[in-house]
Design a protein. Structure first.
Length: 636
């Protein structure tokens, strides 16, 4: 692509624009264009239809809005109206449009680009940065041309065809540049990491000399607090600042859950779960626990502050870093040392759509496991089961898998409790007291499904219905809570599902865990690896060699992990495909499924167990032996 030029500025596009301006009506409207002509003249629409990304009905829906716009003098390509007037996957549309207009795809190395942005923060003024962020446009490289000696900027954006980009760069006096395509999700990560706004609530707390001016006399030996006294305490304190600061800070550092509860001394503690580990973020010694818990409950929808004897569920929404973040709230009564005092624990799940993985490969499965998984989800029918404990990434993997199979040509339905993330192109059913899991599945059978995701198979009825879907020409995804892949098969058998139905319904079972990744900046070779331990764990002899095994760094000033030693997580998996040999073992089960026979057969056919998968990551220096033992200790 020529520097500073856009595909939309081609001779063809300029001539067409000239003709349109010449034919413009006196009232400012543009001349009428038939549906057929509009499709024929729009190369992006033609490409999207040809690749099966959109249907004629999608285009007709966009055409109606496009025609109204032209009547008002709005000149927008028909393909762009697809991103505004329909529920289609905009990322795919932008990607195909960038191909039509010959924009290259940016190769984003997150750590490198973040460093580049930090180094060149002063290259543009605040107004320029505001303009770029508004367009989701980021500079990612600066090169010097060998012949002319002039500098050339490279920018990345999810929609490089917009003329506003050219106009902005002209105002910024950027003379030589190239614009490349980058998925919006990757840009969102870069923006979040590099341009996060200040946590004003946290600053207020840190700057307050009198921090909390009430509750300093509260202790577990006091008389019970009345509702009136509690109300006065809430109004007279800065508790709301602490609550809002906790929400914002949790989002900024990538927390999955906030845990808020009184400790044995009756003081409030706030813990963050980051990369699967709970760590204390804050403890406040000078306020009543009831007061802060009441503030949290007051801010949650569908939660009654004065109800303290039953579990409650609610939600919170906040705009943080110009993004709508949702929080799912769970309130649970808990016991205290004094029976007459009722206490509560609150857990808040952070639901940040920017963190949703749509690229299955970013889950981090090893190559063989990934190929088997991709093959299973591409089948026209059958069942794919993910198993593992709570927090093992099952839902994340299923959502990523759904993004791979959703097209306008298939009807995808999900049954979830609750619905956490909205997936474009998927009809998601939320369970309630009026619609239970069994009722939803029976209704789905009459709803002409192609692909169905069942959040969890909890009993015989739902398991049999899910298996029935898989055996009647549908592709079905679901989850179970078991320790490994063979025991998932055994669990279905114990639920009462017939062996022959299990044998021919299942395509693949995946047992999954998440291991923390060593920080790429401060990880270091283990200077003295424990040879006996490595041998006991089944590592190859070369693992004992110097430099083969890495351990977490301990630099408290590390810019990436802040001294934790780990940054991010990736999946390890036990992937059990249903081969003829596996089906035979299941079919021959009479009173129980022989889990050991399933495991031995699968391993002989190339399956890596969970510990084996973790060992591979240790040898790749992506995680540590300590982390491997923490996650897979029960399976060693």
């Amino acid at each position: 692509m020529a520097n500073g030029e856009f595909g939309m500025g081609s001779k063809f596009a300029r001539n067409r624009g000239t003709r349109e301006r010449a034919n413009a009506q006196e009232d400012g409207s543009l001349p009428e264009v038939t549906f057929e002509a509009a499709c024929r003249n729009d190369r992006v629409v033609y490409r999207l239809i040809d690749k099966g990304v959109i249907t004629e009905n999608d285009v007709r829906a966009a055409y109606g809005e496009w025609t109204i716009g032209r009547e008002n003098g709005v000149r927008v390509p028909l393909w762009r109206m697809l991103t505004l007037a329909t529920e289609l996957d905009t990322e795919t549309i932008y990607f195909e449009a960038s191909k039509v207009y010959a924009f290259e795809e940016a190769e984003i190395e997150e750590k490198q680009v973040l460093k580049f942005l930090e180094e060149h923060r002063e290259s543009f003024d605040e107004e320029a940065w505001d303009g770029m962020l508004e367009l989701f446009l980021l500079p990612i490289a600066l090169d010097t041309e060998p012949l002319s000696g002039e500098t050339r900027w490279t920018f990345a954006t999810h929609d490089p065809t917009r003329p506003e980009i050219h106009q902005l760069l002209k105002r910024m006096d950027v003379r030589r540049f190239e614009v490349r395509y980058c998925p919006e999700a990757e840009l969102a990560t870069l923006v979040t990491e590099s341009f996060v706004s200040r946590n004003e609530y946290l600053e207020r707390l840190e700057n307050a000399q009198d921090f909390f001016d009430i509750g300093h006399q509260a202790d577990v030996g006091e008389d019970l607090v009345t509702d009136q006294a509690l109300e006065q305490e809430i109004k007279g304190s800065k508790l709301i600042n602490l609550f809002e600061a906790a929400l914002i800070e949790a989002v900024k550092i990538g927390t999955s859950d906030l845990h808020i509860f009184p400790n044995p001394d009756g003081k409030i503690e706030i813990h963050f779960r980051v990369d699967g580990e709970l760590t204390m973020w804050y403890r406040e010694e000078t306020v009543r626990a009831e007061a802060f818990l009441a503030v949290v409950k007051d801010n949650a929808v569908n939660v009654d502050r004065f109800e303290r004897d039953r579990a409650q569920d609610g939600f919170i929404q906040r705009w943080i870093d110009e993004t709508l973040i949702r929080f799912r709230v769970s309130v649970l009564p808990i016991a205290t040392a004094r029976q007459e005092i009722s206490a509560e624990s609150i857990v808040i799940r952070v639901l940040d759509d920017r963190k949703v993985l749509t690229d299955l490969r970013k889950i981090g499965l090893l190559e063989t496991a990934m190929k088997r998984f991709e093959m299973a989800i591409r089948q026209p029918n059958g069942m794919v089961i993910l198993t593992g404990p709570t927090g093992s990434g099952k839902s994340t993997t299923l959502v990523a898998a759904l993004h791979q199979v959703v097209t306008p040509k298939v009807n995808v339905l999900t049954v979830e409790d609750p619905v956490e993330y909205i997936i474009r192109g998927v009809r998601q059913i939320k369970l309630s007291h009026k619609l239970d899991l069994e009722g939803a599945l029976r209704a789905i059978l009459r709803h002409d499904p192609d692909i169905v995701m069942v959040g969890e198979m909890r009993d015989r009825q739902t398991a049999e219905l899910a298996v029935k879907l898989a055996n009647t020409g549908h592709l079905c995804f679901s989850t179970l809570h078991t320790n490994d892949a063979p025991s998932a098969v055994s669990r279905l058998f114990k639920m009462g599902v017939e062996p022959f139905l299990i044998a021919y319904a299942i395509n693949l079972v995946v047992a999954q865990r998440l291991v923390r990744r060593l920080c790429p900046d401060c990880k270091r070779p283990d200077p003295a690896p424990d040879e006996d331990l490595l041998q006991f764990l089944g590592f190859p002899p070369e693992a004992s060699e110097s430099g083969a095994i890495y351990i977490p760094g301990s630099d408290p000033n590390c810019p990436v992990c802040k001294g934790v030693g780990y940054k991010g997580r990736r999946a390890i998996a036990e992937v059990l495909p249903f081969t003829p040999a596996i089906r035979k073992i299941v079919m021959e089960s009479e009173t129980m499924v022989d889990e050991e026979a399933l495991k031995d057969t699968a391993v002989s056919e190339g399956m890596l167990t969970l510990p084996d998968s973790a060992k591979e990551l240790v040898m790749l220096t992506d995680t540590s032996v300590e982390e491997m033992m923490r996650v897979t200790g029960a399976e060693l």
